[in-house]
Design a binder for this molecule. Sequence first.
Ligand code: BTN
Length: 330
Amino acid sequence: MLSSEALILHELLSADREPVSGQKLARLLGISRVAVWAQLQKLEKQGFAFAAVRSRGYRLVRTPVGVHPALIQAYLGRRRGTPQLVCLEQVDSTNSEAERRLAAGETMPQVIVAHHQTKGRGRLGRVWHSPSNGNLYFSFAYRPQLEPSRLQNFTLWMGLNICELVRNFCKLSPGLKWPNDLLVDGRKAGGMLTEARIDADQVRELVFGLGLNVNGRASALPTDVRRTAISLAEATGAPVDLNRLSAALIGRVSSAYAQFVEGSYHDKYADLWQRYDILRGRSVTVIQGARTVRGTAMGIDDQSSLIVRLESGRTERFRAGEVTLAKNTA
Ligand code: BTN
């Protein structure tokens, strides 16, 4: 169910810059024309601007730069399966917030979107630097009731969908670096962290976290990550509309999740993997605990383990690990 603000914005956006009459908006919302005008005034205080076109109605001429929940909802429209949206200025970690909401028994699915995280976390206990600089931090929370073995492909499947979205939305050529990095121009534009609570052989709670460098500057990040990071805006050379991108991303993740749960994703998974796997055929170093091996990446097996042909000629599969590309092939 869309809020009144989201309904007005949805109608104005769907009109594609043509004016929409106050009467039509009033009818749609079941309120008076004066009340419509009051809603528009309220939205103007939040960074929107409307042009009143004489005897024809209102046109949307400006949207806010920061994340605005009603605008994201307006872009999403009334799609089925869309999670409840929670937008936060600041939070410790959107994954932790999602876990708290799951533990409190709230209705799912939900998506938490934040501008700033004070304790953003990455894989292998690392910090995910999350300044308030135009980047976005998302967590999707679900209660899936799946067998744990079915999660093997989950993060890569989501990552492939995000690659496709970034390609279509930003006209870039992203790639996925097994197991969880979204790369653009060989640099990290995003990272994913999936966390689950498994009980009695069922995945009861599932949180899919995504940190996406959208409009931030890599130079503002700490020195250890600066050289290897990039934002979508840096790659395209223009700022990205955070609200349109968020809506497109929420829509894409939601349909990818539905296909995943139905089990109808396998063919597409194989196709997308061929398109976005950036490691295939390249010299890699894999670090797994105290062990480091070198070889050539040969794709993934049906459990999404990375296949590496070692320098000895032997083939090994890795379920987890940290991969770096050898300098001469990067
Ligand atoms: C990685 O590359 O190691 C994964 C990074 C995942 C970061 C995201 S940001 C949103 C969500 N909340 C967190 O604390 N982490 C994930």
